[in-house]
Design a protein around this ligand. Structure first.
Ligand SMILES: C[S@@+](CC[C@H](N)C(=O)[O-])C[C@H]1O[C@@H](n2cnc3c(N)ncnc32)[C@H](O)[C@@H]1O
Length: 386
C-alpha cells in the first residue's frame, strides 16, 4: 500500500440527521471491513457496500432515489421521464416476442415504472405477455415495485432466471455494478482502494493483482499504452454479469441500455480520471467516499467489453446504437405526433436530444437464435465501433 489521496469534499445540500446517522453506520461497517482486511479494501468492495449493504446501502435503504419534484430523489431515469420510452421499447419487444415466447425478464426495475408502462404499451398493441419477471436485489425497491405494479403477470425472482425465451431488459443497471479502479504508473499498474486515516475513509493505492493488471494490459492492447498517471476503472462485475446473462437466455434478446462508450472512446488518453460519478439530489459530484449510502455511485459502461463478454459466452451481437437512434427507429416521433401535447414533445426532447440523453446513452442488443434484423437498429447501428 502506498500513497493515499483525498478529494475535496463537495459543497452540496446537507442531509437530514437521520440520513447522516445511516451514513455513519455504513461508514462504520466499511471501517470494520477495512480493519478486518488488514487496512485496505478494493474500491469494488467499497462500492458494493455503499450501494447494497443490507439496510444501509444506497439501493438497500429506504430513501427515495428516482424522480424529481417536491418529493426529491437523486436522479431521473428514462422510464421516469415519460411512458414514451416504454412505448418505444414495446415496439422492439413485440418483434422479438412474436418469434420467441411471451416472457419478459427485467433486471433492476427501480421504481417499477418501466414494467408498468411496458406492459400497458404491449397490451395496447395487442401483444400477449404471460410472464413479466423482475430480478431486483434491493428488498426496499422490490416493495416499491410491488406497490406500483398491480398486475398478476408480474413476479419477483429470488434466483436468476433459467431458460429464458423472450426479452431480457436492463436499463441503467450495468452502471451501478461495482468497478475496480486502476492507475497506470510507469511499467506498473496500481489499484485504488479505500483505507482509513484518522477514522476517515480515504483512497489508498497498492500494486494491482493479476486479474486487474491483465485487464489493463488487454485494454492497452486495443487502445495503446495509457499515459503515466492515467486513472480509470474496469467493470469486471458487469462483464461477469453479462456472461451469466448469456447462460440465462435460451432464445431471444437482452437489451442493455446505459450511458457509456466503445472501448477506444472510454479509455481515451484525454479521459485521465475515468468516469466514476456520484449523484446526490440531482447534482453530480466526484467523491464517492463522501457520505457513503446517501449517494448513487456509477461508472460509464465499456460497451466493447459488454459485447465481447456476450460473444464469448455464445450470444450474437445484434445491434448497438445511441438511445436517440434506437427510440426513433422504434417509432418515438410518431408516438409524440399521436400524443400531440407539449409535454410529450418536451419528454421526447429529453430522451433523444444530443445535449441530454440521446447520444450519451446507448442501447446494446445481444441475443440467441434471432435471425431477423432488429427494428431498433434499422438506422444508426454502430456495432462496427465496438
Ligand atoms: C439506477 S437504478 C435503475 C432503475 C430502473 N431500471 C430505471 O431505469 O429507472 C439501478 C437498479 O439496478 C438494480 N441492480 C443493481 N445490481 C443489480 C443486479 N446485479 N441485478 C439486477 N438488478 C440490479 C438496483 O437495485 C436498481 O434497481
Amino acid at each position: 500500500m502506498a500513497a493515499t489521496m483525498t478529494l475535496a469534499r463537495p459543497s452540496l445540500p446537507e442531509p437530514s440527521p437521520e440520513a447522516l446517522a445511516l451514513s455513519e453506520r455504513l461508514a462504520a461497517l466499511v471501517g470494520g471491513e477495512i480493519d478486518a482486511a488488514g487496512g485496505w479494501i478494493g474500491f469494488d468492495r467499497y462500492m458494493e457496500l455503499a450501494l447494497y449493504a443490507p439496510g444501509l446501502g444506497y439501493y438497500a435503504a429506504g430513501t427515495r432515489k428516482f424522480g424529481s419534484g417536491p418529493e426529491g430523489g437523486d436522479f431521473v431515469t428514462a422510464p421516469e421521464i415519460s411512458p414514451l420510452f416504454a412505448g418505444a421499447l414495446a415496439v422492439q419487444a413485440a418483434q422479438v416476442l412474436a418469434q420467441t415466447s411471451p416472457r419478459i425478464v427485467e433486471f433492476g426495475a427501480g421504481s417499477g415504472r418501466l414494467a408498468a408502462d411496458l406492459l400497458a404499451a404491449l397490451d395496447e398493441r395487442g401483444v400477449a405477455v404471460e410472464r413479466y419477471e423482475i430480478v431486483e436485489p434491493s428488498p426496499d425497491l422490490r416493495e416499491r415495485q410491488r406497490a406500483l405494479i398491480a398486475d398478476a403477470r408480474v413476479r419477483w425472482l429470488e434466483v436468476p432466471p433459467e431458460g429464458v425465451c423472450g426479452v431480457m431488459l436492463a436499463n441503467e443497471v450495468l452502471d451501478v455494478m461495482p468497478v475496480r479502479l486502476f492507475v497506470r504508473r510507469g511499467e506498473a499498474v496500481d489499484e485504488r482502494g479505500v483505507m482509513l486515516r484518522g477514522g476517515a475513509l480515504v483512497f489508498g493505492t497498492r500494486p494491482a493483482e493479476r486479474t486487474l493488471a491483465e485487464a489493463v494490459t488487454e485494454i492497452e492492447s486495443e487502445v495503446g499504452r495509457l499515459p503515466d498517471g492515467y486513472g480509470s476503472e474496469v467493470g469486471l462485475a458487469a462483464r461477469g454479469w453479462m456472461r451469466s446473462a448469456a447462460q440465462w437466455l435460451e432464445h431471444g434478446i437482452l437489451l442493455a441500455i446505459d450511458y457509456g462508450f466503445p472501448r477506444r472512446e472510454y479509455y481515451h488518453p484525454q479521459r485521465l480520471m475515468g468516469t466514476l460519478m456520484c449523484h446526490y439530489r440531482h447534482r453530480s459530484h466526484a467523491d464517492p467516499l463522501w457520505l457513503p449510502g446517501l449517494n448513487d455511485i456509477t461508472a460509464h459502461v465499456d460497451f466493447s467489453a459488454m459485447a465481447q463478454a456476450a460473444h464469448d459466452a455464445g450470444l450474437d451481437v445484434l445491434g448497438y446504437a445511441s438511445q436517440a437512434h434506437f427510440l426513433v427507429n422504434c417509432g418515438l416521433l410518431d408516438a409524440v405526433g399521436r400524443a400531440g401535447t407539449a409535454q410529450a414533445s418536451g419528454a421526447a426532447h429529453r430522451l433523444v436530444s444530443e445535449a441530454e440523453m440521446g447520444e450519451l446513452f446507448k442501447v446494446l442488443a445481444v441475443g440467441r437464435g434471432i435471425d431477423t434484423p432488429l427494428l431498433g437498429f434499422t438506422r444508426g447501428d454502430r456495432t462496427h465501433t465496438l
